[in-house]
Design a protein around this ligand. Structure first.
Ligand SMILES: NC(=O)c1ccc[n+]([C@@H]2O[C@H](COP(=O)([O-])OP(=O)(O)OC[C@H]3O[C@@H](n4cnc5c(N)ncnc54)[C@H](OP(=O)(O)O)[C@@H]3O)[C@@H](O)[C@H]2O)c1
Length: 163
């Protein structure tokens, strides 16, 4: 299983149940990585999507504590155990954890690769964070892209692998 996330220069990932930055090139990359594959997310992240609808052309798996919540086009899992059972049905190379903060933390130990868009600015009023992988003994950088820029915001793509 892999994860994909965009972090700012403090490893912040969200504010007010929304993203901190809108970088179209990064969105395209996210789409290219995940289309045709399986995406795993928390309920808050689903609610942050347009119309609170699952992402098209992907198998959407949503963690949610409330068994009465049903979302058309998504598989709902009420616990980590239920999720791990569901994931047995898929090739783990095709499974991407896509957020948010709670679910990244929950599943980080189950991931072998992390595709991190590192934005070299601070987002406004961040309230959700991703663990700092540069401080972790468990992860190392496999490759780093050249620096890119959108509207004056510099960013790069860093792939981390589990040691
Ligand atoms: N920068 C990025 O790349 C990126 C990517 C994705 C999201 N985000 C941001 O992250 C923020 C959302 O993160 P978040 O931490 O608030 O929410 P989240 O991780 O998306 O979802 C949390 C919810 O998932 C459910 N859940 C989590 N663990 C569970 C478990 N073990 N069993 C059953 N259900 C479980 C619970 O839903 P219920 O309590 O409702 O049942 C929980 O409230 C937003 O700001 C979003 O924009 C950023």
């Amino acid at each position: 299983m892999k994860l994909i996330v965009a972090v700012d220069n403090n490893w912040a990932i969200g504010s007010g149940n929304d993203l901190l930055f809108n970088i179209p090139e990064d969105m395209k990359r996210f789409k290219a990585f995940t289309t045709g594959n399986i995406v795993v997310m928390g309920y808050n992240t689903l609610l942050s999507f347009p119309g609170s609808r699952p992402l098209p052309n992907r198998k959407n798996i949503v963690l949610c504590d409330d068994p009465s919540v049903n979302v058309e086009g998504a598989v709902m899992c009420g616990s980590l155990d239920a999720l791990l059972e569901e994931l047995k049905n898929y090739d783990s190379d095709k499974v991407f954890v896509i957020g948010g903060a709670m679910v990244y933390k929950l599943l980080l130990d189950y991931c072998s690769e992390a595709y991190i868009t590192k934005i070299q600015s601070a987002g406004e009023n961040p309230d959700k964070f991703f663990p700092d992988l540069d401080e972790s003994q468990d992860w190392e950088i496999f490759e780093t892209s050249e620096i890119r820029e959108h509207n004056g915001i510099k960013f790069c793509y860093v792939t981390y692998t589990k040691k």
